[in-house]
Design a protein around this ligand. Structure first.
Ligand code: GLY
Length: 419
């Protein structure tokens, strides 16, 4: 079998790691991949936004299945491009990817389908946003409508902070030169949960729930990042809670997509807030989470490929996923300065001597002259495995202590109070 994985982060390394252990014959390709992925897959030097070049590559190499990691190629229509060329791909169509690529579209979809979420207002310009902000109770959540690599959300505790974010969007155009819209949304408090399902558009299978840490500093302080750590399982997510999530959120979402005749084969990632009134959707993502995937896949007992293949064949009802009881904790090591400005090109030491209780997934790395060097904001995911979250956490931090590169930064409190 020939498999192509699109993307270059820790998520894609985890997907390649899992698949590499499953394919006996054939080949694994990653486009563009990273230093760590290059150890287990053939790297393809095409950018993820060159959709036609990617599909031509897949056609020429007779790729049996392509798996899309990041949201941008999905939002740009890579699935539609592959389907035009009759190539098999795991991911939703461009129209269905609006669940993630337009926050306004997603909110309206939730309302149409009775899916619990916070109340919200939409503003098309600075003045509209200011008028809404003058009337709404703080704290509020202000969201840029489009994709912004995890940076398009501000939780504002006072007017000045909210206006400054709105000004960034409408006056400074920090995310986009055109199409600027914002959502001003009720702040929901509770416990966050990442709940992912794989769906073929009709059937679905939940993945193991996970909890990620979006803020850069310990104690959930500072700006948002792509994710600084994660753990799974999440004990708060009891079978009763899961059944409420499925009934009130997952099933209405899949039925809502069907009502719109949207072609959805892929992951639906529900970013949830478990409030005192039950689970509410904060956001949808249309792909595997990062760093959620780095703790979910090491806990999966059976093969990933068989499940992805069943989804693309619309046969998900004929398969199932079994989970290991062991826990996984991921500590992300980033370049100092991330999510703001940071430097790259530093050699990374201490990646050898991996015990069976630790897996390292590379994110922003590349290999030069046989040495791994830093090449991005988030650099490494150090995943510890153990019977309990506490044991897995200890394994992860023991390994983190042996790794070094200049200006490295990581949170010290990942999974310290698991819920
Ligand atoms: N963990 C957040 C995300 O994948 O968007």
């Amino acid at each position: 079998m020939k498999i192509l994985v699109i993307g270059s982060g820790g998520r894609e390394h985890a997907i390649c790691w899992k698949i590499a252990s499953e394919i006996k014959t054939g080949a694994l390709y990653a486009l563009p991949g990273n230093g760590g992925i290059g150890e287990i897959a053939n790297l393809v030097n095409i950018s993820t936004n060159q959709l036609q070049e990617i599909s031509s590559f897949a056609k020429k190499e007779k790729i049996d299945l392509t798996i899309v990691g990041p949201e941008l190629p999905l939002a740009n229509g890579i699935v539609d491009e592959f389907k035009r060329k009759r190539l098999k791909i795991f991911g939703p169509s461009q129209k269905a990817a609006k669940l993630e690529s337009s926050k306004v579209w997603a909110k309206e979809f939730m309302i149409e389908n009775g899916i619990p979420t916070g109340y919200f207002f939409v503003a098309d310009n600075f003045n509209q946003a200011r008028i809404i902000l003058e009337k709404i109770e703080f704290p509020v959540v202000v969201k840029f409508d489009g994709l912004a690599a995890g940076k398009g959300v501000s939780v504002a505790t006072e007017m000045g902070q909210a206006l400054s974010f709105v000004e960034d969007i409408f006056e400074k155009h920090v995310f986009s030169a055109e199409n600027n819209r914002v959502i001003i949304e009720q702040f929901l408090s509770g416990e966050e949960l990442s709940y992912l399902v794989i769906t073929d558009g009709e059937n679905y299978i939940p993945l193991a729930p996970a909890r990620d840490y979006k803020k850069i500093y310990d104690g959930d302080m500072g700006p948002n990042t792509g994710g600084m750590g994660c753990y799974s399982p999440v004990s708060m997510c009891s079978p009763e809670l899961e059944s409420i999530i499925e009934k009130k959120i997952v099933i209405p979402t899949i039925r809502g997509l069907q009502k719109k005749s949207l072609d959805y084969c892929g992951i639906i990632y529900f970013g949830l807030m478990i409030t005192e009134n039950g689970p509410c959707v904060l956001e949808y993502n249309v792909r595997f989470g990062d760093p959620e995937t780095e703790v979910i896949l090491p806990r999966m007992s059976n093969g990933l490929l068989e499940v992805l293949d069943a989804a693309t064949e619309k046969l998900l009802n004929k398969t199932s996923i079994k989970w290991k009881t062991e826990s996984a904790v991921d500590v992300v090591i980033a370049s100092g300065g991330y999510p703001g400005k940071y430097e790259t090109g530093y050699p990374i030491r201490g990646l050898d001597y991996i015990s069976k209780d630790v897996v390292i997934f590379h994110a922003g790395t590349k290999k030069e002259n046989d040495i791994f060097i830093t090449a991005g904001g988030r650099v490494l995911n150090v995943v510890g495995l153990g019977k309990t979250i506490a044991q897995a956490r200890m394994k992860a931090y023991e390994k983190v202590d042996t790794i070094f590169f200049k200006n490295m930064y990581y949170r010290k409190d990942i999974a310290s109070f698991p819920r």
